[in-house]
Design a protein around this ligand. Structure first.
Ligand code: GAL
Length: 398
């Protein structure tokens, strides 16, 4: 059939319209949209909650909890997902890096709780090492364990190595000598009488829980990993019934605690720790302990990773109604941008506990005040390629 000039006109208009539409769409897609659905290369919302990002050989790898639909989607029904990107906007689904196990005897069995997975690369062994918060199936959050897995490639497959409570049989390096002893029977009875639910309670026995757990290992829930400039890696975790964070040096191969750890902000009830280093100082962003419900973020600083740590309040700058919930988010990671020493992305989760896989990601650039103190500001959209030339430091408060 021969086309009439009229039809050709329509076809040309449609084609042009399409091209115009495409380029407009592409431009719109070259931004990060905190809190919005974030499609992967298949157009499916990225499924990597409580995540962290590893930069390796020119590519960013985003690891996170692969959640499923509905409230039971917060259980580990699938495993740890991984996505790859070179521009931090467009992410390719690389599948499940660490699947849950079909063995009912494994701590990693389907239906366990596996949260906040983080991966680091060990240059000496050439291995990728994953740590995560692990709760064996059916035990709620009482297990408070850490899982460790290893892989030859960043996208896995990761092999599950161990489920542990860190630092069994070791005293914290900053515990005074008179606290370096197991609980007395009276102290044990006191601790056993309390209903410790992972949040602040009146009369919380700040200096007793780590002593209770000396023999069996320290509780470890929300966690993160941090590799210092000297290649030394650390695990930081909410311990002691969430009352106190602990930071623990890892062995040279990153596969186990070295038995050298410190208590951070005792009795502060911090979780969701995200640690980074800038201007020669260690910066720590955490949340309070309110489960899936958001609360004001918290910032702390230290000259040494072992502390002492000083609290500096909420790093979010903005209207009180939004900063009170950290823009409906909870910290998960601070990502140093490769080749840009002053550029970091703050990553947080906007949890959707009733439909877990619909949880959103709140990523914003970390900014710095003139005195070097970091702060966070909401952005509707932003272009992470511009982060290589970060905005200059300012003072946001007079
Ligand atoms: C939060 C924690 C999450 C998850 C949740 C369960 O406090 O940060 O990772 O454990 O509690 O209620």
């Amino acid at each position: 059939m021969q086309r009439s000039p009229y039809l050709w006109g329509i076809a040309a208009a449609l084609t042009l319209g399409c091209i115009a539409g495409l380029s407009a769409g592409a431009a719109e897609n070259n931004v990060i949209r905190p809190g919005e659905p974030w499609p992967d290369n298949h157009g499916v919302h990225i499924n990597a909650h409580g995540g962290g990002v590893l930069y390796h050989a020119g590519t960013y790898y985003w690891f996170g909890e692969h959640k499923t639909a509905g409230p039971s989607g917060n259980l580990a029904n699938v495993g740890v997902g991984v996505y790859a990107s070179t521009d931090l906007i467009h992410w390719r689904d690389e599948g499940i890096a660490l699947p849950v196990s079909d063995d009912p005897g494994s701590d990693l069995t389907r239906g366990c709780i596996l949260e906040r997975p983080k991966v680091i690369f060990n240059a000496a062994t050439g291995k990728f090492v994953m740590w995560f918060h692990l709760e064996p199936k059916g035990g709620g959050y009482r297990g408070a364990r850490s899982g460790v897995a290893i892989a030859d490639q960043p996208t896995g497959p990761f092999r599950f190595l161990a489920s542990i409570r860190p630092n069994a049989g070791a005293w914290p390096r900053n515990a005074p000598p008179d606290q370096q002893r197991p609980l007395s029977p009276a102290e044990s009875a006191l601790v056993a009488s309390l209903d410790l639910k992972g949040g602040p309670v009146p009369g919380f026995p700040v200096d007793l829980i780590f002593r209770r757990d000396f023999a069996g290992g320290q509780m470890a829930r929300d966690m993160n990993l941090f590799v210092d400039d000297d290649g030394q890696a650390y695990q930081i975790y909410a311990s002691e019934d969430n009352g106190t964070l602990q930071i623990s040096r890892l062995s040279a191969d990153y596969l186990r605690p070295a038995g050298d750890y410190a208590r951070i902000l005792p009795g502060g009830f911090n979780e969701a720790p995200a640690l980074f280093k800038h201007g020669g100082k260690y910066w720590l962003i955490t949340s309070g302990c309110t489960g899936w419900a958001p609360n004001p973020a918290r910032l702390a600083v230290a000259d040494s990773i072992w502390g002492p740590w000083t609290t500096l309040g909420n790093p979010w700058n903005g209207p009180g109604a939004q900063t009170a919930t950290s823009y409906d988010s909870q910290s998960t990671f601070v990502l140093p941008i490769a080749g840009a020493p002053d550029a970091f992305i703050f990553m947080a989760d906007r949890w959707r506990p009733d439909d877990a896989q619909d949880g959103r990601y709140v990523w914003v650039p970390v900014r710095f005040q003139l005195d070097g103190v970091p702060f966070l500001e909401w952005k509707q959209t932003w272009d992470p390629t511009a982060i290589h030339a970060p905005l200059p430091p300012i003072n946001h408060s007079p």
